[in-house]
Design a protein around this ligand. Structure first.
Ligand SMILES: C[S@@+](CC[C@H](N)C(=O)[O-])C[C@H]1O[C@@H](n2cnc3c(N)ncnc32)[C@H](O)[C@@H]1O
Length: 247
């Protein structure tokens, strides 16, 4: 009896949960909601990769937003329109994505990029604490992988782990030009048309084209086989891009 009651309540809640996060927010959370919206709207199969995790706040936001979208997908199983039921039941997004979390977990690396905010050792944290915090919020038991060290040092471990899996969302939140360069070098083989890239610090360094994430991404685009298009901007300095084609 209790089991039936639970199923009925959960069905009602799922049917009601049609609000899939707040895409009208212009902060990091809003950006992640739009990114996941893009993924669910287009059924893009692929993992979530974050370069620059710090205390795990944006990873946790991402886990929660993904969970909400997934709840919405499940609610479509009960739609009175057949095509929606078929679409939801056959969606490749029923298979959970893997979350890849990369950071030194010891703060910003040595650099000579001249920003007081991004000096070596800032954003210090400890991997064990970050893991515990993320796992506490990981209600759906998503496979979250951690790579501790400089992106350039963990690249091989990351590539071995992601293999040929596609990346749906890459959140590049590592502030520096060199770090962004290293991050982009690691994802080059695993992005495809539809991948969304979030650059949280795109307009840092006074939005100077010759510095920071702008410079790193501009150089990357010059050599890339992909065509990128500006999508939305967010928060104080963030800019997203979509992979929209092949050269
Ligand atoms: C601004 S914090 C990230 C904030 C986090 N995404 C959030 O929203 O809570 C930047 C992080 O990038 C990491 N980072 C920067 N360059 C790195 C590099 N080359 N390798 C590894 N981690 C790096 C720093 O350790 C720091 O934790």
């Amino acid at each position: 009896m209790f089991k039936i009651f639970k199923i009925v309540i959960s069905n009602i809640l799922q049917r009601l949960s049609i609000v899939r996060s707040d895409i009208n927010r212009n902060d990091k959370q809003g950006a992640l909601a739009r990114a996941w919206g893009h993924v669910y709207n287009n059924s893009i199969v692929g993992d979530y990769v974050e370069f620059g995790v710090y205390k795990g706040e944006s990873v946790i936001s991402s886990l929660k937003i993904r969970r909400d979208f997934n709840l919405w997908l499940k609610s479509q199983y009960q739609s009175d329109e057949k095509w929606r039921r078929d679409f939801a039941r056959n969606s490749p997004l029923n298979d959970p994505q893997i979350f890849h979390c990369l950071d030194t977990f010891e703060g910003m690396p040595f650099n000579d990029e001249g920003s007081i905010s991004f000096m070596q050792g800032n954003f210090f944290t400890e991997l064990s604490k970050v893991k515990a915090k993320i796992e506490k919020q990981n209600s759906e038991k998503i496979n979250v992988k951690y790579y501790k060290g400089l992106f350039s040092e963990t690249r091989i471990e990351f590539l071995k782990s992601i293999k040929n899996r596609n990346i749906a969302i890459v959140n590049i939140d590592c502030d520096l030009e060199e770090s962004t360069r290293d991050a982009l070098c690691s994802i080059n083989q695993n992005i495809s048309i539809g991948t969304i890239l979030l650059f949280d610090d795109y307009n840092c360094f006074n939005a100077d084209n010759s510095k920071g994430q702008r410079k790193a991404f501009s150089d990357f685009q010059d050599k890339s086989e992909f065509i990128f298009e500006k999508f939305f901007s967010y928060h104080f300095a963030g800019q997203s891009f979509l992979v929209v084609g092949l050269r």
